[in-house]
Design a protein around this ligand. Structure first.
Ligand code: FES
Ligand SMILES: [Fe+2]
Length: 440
């Protein structure tokens, strides 16, 4: 449970908020590269509480600028995109990639007024099919993150994203809570399963105590960039089965995949659009081979973490990635399915997560009851609070901004019982692609 002060520190991400200042020290995802056509039209985005528009100049550079023109606040969403910037359609002021006003055709030619007007604009770069922006002080701008999925060829990854109506931390906490997976995402089988006992019978498969399967022993170790969270279950012989989640501050988490899944990894970026909304980026990747057609089909089916079923698009920020399942239609919940086939009758892992996190009330952290299974939830708050307060009170540089700190993977492995888990998993937790290159 958090105090109201702690809740407020962790909730607000807008300009000049302590957590917002922390977030602005990292590269943040804006759009997929394919969403902007050179010289064509801008897209609205909302990033850390700021209304912005993203565009691609005629020569291919990406611009990110405050949506409302500083003259009389017409929307630059309608702007004319030129070779080196964007021009407001109201009185034709033109702005460069750095936000500097370059031309004011409605003012007398002898005035130097345009030199005095500089609009909010942020540097962008592209890596891994994603447009990234840096919104912090320019003298602390790090290199782009060396995320393995962003360094593999395009054929090796599948990227999706959706807009979610809750605070980013509420969604992120779900990604650091391995205990919910057996329940919220559990399958009951085809029978008439109505009780936890039926659920246990349907879930049988590891040849061990079912309670042990769904209530693993959790262990946590902090790292320079965040922490790793291990879920330990019994394995055949004198061994344990470890599933290890990675958390990289401030908004990346990587859940473990099932053993034997041929290194097909997944990750989320739980990125705050504003205090009450996030863009949930989901990426699946294989480090050394293209994804197969059937893998892409499964990812695009809407039944995995990837959401692909959206409401009719609008021109608002992220208006084209709002899931069709929402609070007003009970997230497409099928009550009959909930009685017979799944623990929760909402279709698809991603939508199941959305349903429970969007309906947690905003202030729940000041009245919750946390148990052992919540150690990841507790630690992510501690990590964010510590970094936020250290930056606010002492100007301490945030952890994990350097590109190489992102060279990580989740892991699933069998270890001897007497092997210390973090040392046993050490090599599995490091990414390969990008690790042999200089930081970029
Ligand atoms: S409002 Fe943009 S140029 Fe006048
Ligand atoms: Fe989940």
């Amino acid at each position: 449970m958090l105090s109201l002060d702690e809740h407020n520190l962790l909730y607000h991400v807008g300009p000049e908020t302590p957590l917002g200042n922390l977030m602005r020290r990292y590269w943040v995802p804006v759009l997929e590269s394919s969403e902007l056509v050179a010289g064509y039209r801008a897209k609205r985005v909302r990033i850390l509480g700021e209304d912005l528009v993203a565009y691609r100049t005629q020569t291919g550079d990406v611009g990110l600028i405050g949506e409302f023109c500083p003259h009389r606040w017409a929307s630059l969403y309608y702007g004319r995109i030129e070779e080196t910037g964007i021009r407001c359609v109201y009185h034709a002021w033109k702005f460069g990639l750095d936000g500097q006003c370059m031309e004011m055709p409605n003012e007398p030619p002898e005035t130097d007024f345009s030199d005095k007007v500089c609009h909010a604009a942020y540097p962008c770069a592209e890596r891994g099919g994603v447009i990234w922006a840096y919104m912090g002080p320019l003298d602390t701008q790090p290199g782009l993150p060396d995320l393995e999925w962003a360094l593999v060829p395009e054929t090796h990854r599948f990227v999706s994203k959706f807009y979610q109506k809750c605070n980013f931390l509420t969604a992120l906490e779900g990604g650091l809570d391995p205990a919910h997976i057996s329940f919220l995402h559990g399958v009951l089988g085809d029978g008439d399963a109505k009780s936890m006992e039926d659920f246990d019978r349907a879930a049988a498969g590891f040849g061990q105590s079912l309670r042990m399967q769904r209530t693993p022993h959790l262990a946590l170790k902090t790292t320079d960039y965040g922490f790793i969270l291990g879920a330990r279950r019994e394995a055949e012989g004198d061994a344990y089965y470890w599933r290890i989640t990675q958390y990289h501050i401030p908004f990346h988490s990587m859940p473990p995949v099932d053993l034997g899944q041929d290194k097909l990894y997944h990750t989320h970026m739980w990125f705050p659009a504003d205090d009450d909304h996030l863009v949930n980026w989901c990426v699946s990747w294989h480090p050394s081979r293209p994804l197969t057609e059937s893998e892409r089909e499964a990812m695009g089916s809407g039944l995995s973490i990837h959401i692909t079923d959206f409401a009719p698009p609008t021109n608002e920020a992220y208006g084209d990635i709002r899931p069709r399942g929402n609070r007003h239609n009970d997230y497409l919940l099928d009550w009959e399915v909930q009685h017979t086939r799944r623990f929760f009758g909402v279709p698809g892992v991603g939508l199941q997560d959305i349903a429970v996190t969007e309906t947690q009330p905003p202030l729940f952290r000041t009245g919750e009851r946390l148990g052992h299974s919540d150690i990841g939830v507790i630690q992510v708050r501690k990590s964010l609070l510590a970094a936020t307060i250290a930056l606010r009170d002492h100007g301490t540089p945030p952890p994990g901004t350097e590109p190489e700190s992102f060279r990580i993977r989740p892991a699933s492995l069998i270890l001897p019982r007497d092997q210390e888990w973090t040392s046993g998993a050490q090599s599995d937790l490091v990414s390969v692609v990008g690790n042999d290159s200089e930081p970029r």
